[in-house]
Design a protein around this ligand. Sequence first.
Ligand code: ACO
Length: 329
Amino acid sequence: MSVLVNVREKARQAKRKIVLPEGHDERVIKAAAKIVELGLAVPVVLGSTITIERMAGDLDISMTGVEILEVEKAANLEEWAAEFAKMREKKGLTFEKAREILVKEPVFYAAMMVKHGEAHGVVSGATSPTAQVIRAGLQIIGTKPGIKTVSSSFIMELTERQETYGEVILFADCAVIPVPTSEQLADIAISTVETARNIAGIEGKVALMTFSTKGSADHPDIDIVKEAGKILRERNVDFQFDDELQADAAIVKSVAMKKAPDSPVAGHANILVFPNLAAGNIGYKLVQRLAGANAYGPIIQGLNNPINDLSRGCSADDIVDLVAMTAIQ
Ligand code: ACO
């Protein structure tokens, strides 16, 4: 069964409330209506009611079942601005600035809704940069107990060569941490295994990748990846993994037999942890474009409640899919 069919089915059962802060975007309005139609979640769209209803009317779309909320008129705005300012007091955030952020960057208000249990998750980024969406999560929601690192993964659904490489491989981190430490690489591996279980419905086998396989090269960057493997061993994690694997050793059986014959995952890894953001971001885009794989994500991992980021080039259908994933995260 395709990843999306599975995700949609689980989302229907979860019946979550998901906030879409960019309500003045046509794609968001179309997506909200479709989410109601498909029964994937209860969408809450932030923005001016008059503007959203006019735009929906122009598009001949019914907003029945979509909740619309105007941040500037919200009864709790002053209270939440005071709370946000208090949370960021040490960083010099004043009440006035906090209020301005909640109104002008509504993903922060959406994060407050989730923090206060008024919604289950947020999907944003159709009109705002990735960093803004992640910052709202970091500053307002914070990390899960026991997790120090917020990272991301992509679920890559292969459309060709599935018999060789399987249907689904997860790539991480492709969107958040520019230069991860060994500790952070270990956290990325742990969080991606959880994403694989919850969203892709698969048991993860992790390859911590770099440009050498089992001693074929020597460099401080390789040591960082080897150290991440050591940390996972010390943490006694409940999944299979190996460190210091090149991409071919990680996924190609014949190469793995030559380069890493004793590895528990080489040749059949289904979670590829990249050594840094440049490699991860370039890697997923190449596989998406050259191999025609479907790339679902970035799924933000490690936050106490889900906030997920859209590409600014996304379609209404991309928003619908990410809402369904957020609902089951
Ligand atoms: N995990 C946990 N905590 C973090 C992380 C993280 N990954 N990153 C920052 N923090 C902490 C900060 O240390 C800070 O702590 P403090 O308040 O105690 O000082 C707190 O979270 C708030 O962080 P900010 O200062 O608001 O954010 P920061 O300036 O550190 O930036 C960000 C974080 C936005 C994630 C940055 O690392 C970034 O820009 N990453 C790249 C995003 C990007 O452009 N991706 C590529 C495009 S995406 C795509 O192509 C799909």
